[in-house]
Ligand binder design. Structure first.
Ligand SMILES: NC(=O)c1ccc[n+]([C@@H]2O[C@H](COP(=O)([O-])OP(=O)(O)OC[C@H]3O[C@@H](n4cnc5c(N)ncnc54)[C@H](O)[C@@H]3O)[C@@H](O)[C@H]2O)c1
Length: 455
């Protein structure tokens, strides 16, 4: 394929060399004349293992060149990859000025082109950027998105220092696209790579780098804080983290990584508190660890806020224990939610088969009588009757019984804390997730507006 790459820094230079090595013809574009000259002399623009040799060989083979003539680059290629920088602004937003300058440049060139053209944003961008980029092109050329041209997101996952190795062995190839023709062309770019190609919504692809890199930063900071606490006690922190990483069921695994309601139960809050107190007593600062319960409190408040506007309605809470399949009410976020709502005068009834069974059999009796006597009176036995009788249904844990009971519900408000996915409510605006939205939520739009105004 014929490809142009805008931006010849770390990402652009590596893509240029590696795509050429995979047999494509690649034209680099950069505002820096020096970088353009370097490529045309067969030299790398960056210091990075193996890239010098690749650029030299591919230049010799005639598969790479560079130019500052944007028309030449766009008219000679079917895909333009955008790999310009997106540094932080003083306010912490990404500066997208270079991205939109490229949009304007490509638009000018596309005025002279009749064939379909794909623009792949490889830079890290804020969600909504591809849409904005496409709008710039439509406005300036009169061309129709997804017919005359398409803008897809194709984030880069390489790390400096191992960039070439990472390019050829990425964890996955991600394409955010709404246009089948563009998707097919993008897949052809990467078909030689061993990684799975995932095609997804454009905004999902755009947010992924933020999510990945934030998680990487969190992992490093968590390990450092554990190290600091262990060192203060003379414990070998590397031994601790090595063993930690051997647990692939709960620790290094997808487990606990689904957005939903707050954690609770008898172990997580207690042991977190224990470690926080230990760090405090050892005079070890551990802000990540110290902040975890604050984040959890925010999640509980978020649930209360979601319900606030249904004051005066009949509310059914399905699930009172901290997770499905248990009668354990200790530190259950659902108990806290119900208590807060009762305190505010809400009309509430609760269904929880496990608590009901526990009551009948005397299990957990002491806790129920001591801790939630006021909630016991709100427990009902008939789940279907409760659903029929309520205006608003809150699903607080993913007990599968709830799913079948809600199968035929179309006309209620459902507030789902765990994404149990009620099929009959799928396209209903009154099916509300605690932290998932349909793509164009009011919250998202206002954040995006703030970004584009202040970046
Ligand atoms: N460096 C990494 O390890 C890495 C990894 C993954 C993703 N990313 C992302 O990729 C993007 C690029 O990062 P980088 O490290 O390669 O940046 P970089 O600063 O090394 O290179 C950017 C290049 O873009 C050029 N440029 C700026 N405006 C231009 C324009 N209008 N037309 C043509 N060229 C232009 C600059 O001259 C520069 O050579 C960023 O969004 C970054 O966050 C970087």
């Amino acid at each position: 394929m014929n490809i142009s790459i805008f931006g010849l820094g770390y990402v652009g230079c590596v893509s240029l060399g590696c795509l050429a090595q995979n047999g494509h013809n690649v034209i680099g574009v950069d505002v820096s004349g020096l970088k353009v000259d370097q490529i045309n002399l067969g030299q790398s623009t960056i210091v990075e293992k193996d890239i010098d040799l690749i650029i030299a060989e591919q230049h010799k083979a005639g598969r790479i060149r560079a130019t500052q003539d944007i028309h030449d680059a766009v008219l000679s290629s079917e895909i333009s990859i955008v790999a310009v920088g997106t540094p932080s602004t003083e306010r912490g937003h990404l500066n997208l000025d270079y991205i939109f300058k490229v949009a304007e440049d490509i638009a000018e060139a596309l005025k002279l082109k009749n064939e379909f053209h794909v623009i792949a944003i490889r830079s890290t961008v804020v969600p909504g950027t591809c849409e904005e980029f496409a709008q710039v092109i439509s406005d300036r050329t009169g061309k129709i998105q997804d017919i005359d041209f398409a803008v897809v997101d194709n984030p880069e996952f390489l790390r400096e220092g191992t960039a070439v190795a990472d390019y050829y062995n990425p964890p996955l190839t991600l394409i955010g696209s709404r246009c089948a023709e563009a998707t097919d062309k993008m897949k052809m770019l990467y078909e030689q790579l061993p990684a799975e190609i995932i095609v997804t919504d454009v905004k999902v692809a755009e947010v992924m780098k933020y999510v990945n890199n934030t998680f990487h930063a969190l992992k490093i900071s968590f390990a450092n804080e554990i190290g600091n606490i262990c060192s203060a006690m003379g414990i070998d922190s590397h031994e601790v983290m090595d063993i930690f990483c051997k647990d692939r069921q709960l620790n290094i695994s997808p487990y606990y990584l689904k957005p939903g309601f707050a954690y609770g139960g008898s172990c997580l809050p207690k042991d977190l508190k224990g470690l926080q107190t230990l760090a405090h007593d050892l005079y070890v600062q551990a802000p990540v660890i110290q902040g975890i319960d604050k984040s959890n409190d925010i999640q509980k408040r978020r649930a209360v806020n979601l319900l606030d506007k249904y004051y005066g309605k009949k509310i059914a809470v399905l699930g009172l224990s901290f997770k499905a399949g248990t009668d354990d009410l200790r530190n259950s976020p659902a108990v806290e939610l119900v208590e807060t709502l009762i305190g505010r005068g809400f009309d509430i009834a609760i269904y929880d088969r496990n608590i009901h069974t526990a009551q009948l059999t005397g299990k957990n009796k002491e806790y129920i009588e001591r801790r939630i006597p006021h909630l016991s009176n709100l427990l009902v036995e008939d789940l279907d009757g409760l659903i029929d009788d309520s205006d608003v249904i809150v699903i607080s844990n993913n007990e599968q019984q709830f799913l079948s009971a809600l199968e035929k519900v179309y006309d209620k408000v459902i507030i789902d804390m765990v994404r149990i996915d009620v099929p009959s409510m799928k396209d209903n605006n009154t099916y509300i997730g605690i932290n998932w939205h349909k793509p164009k939520s009011a919250v998202y739009e206002s954040q995006r507006e703030a970004h584009f105004n202040y970046s």
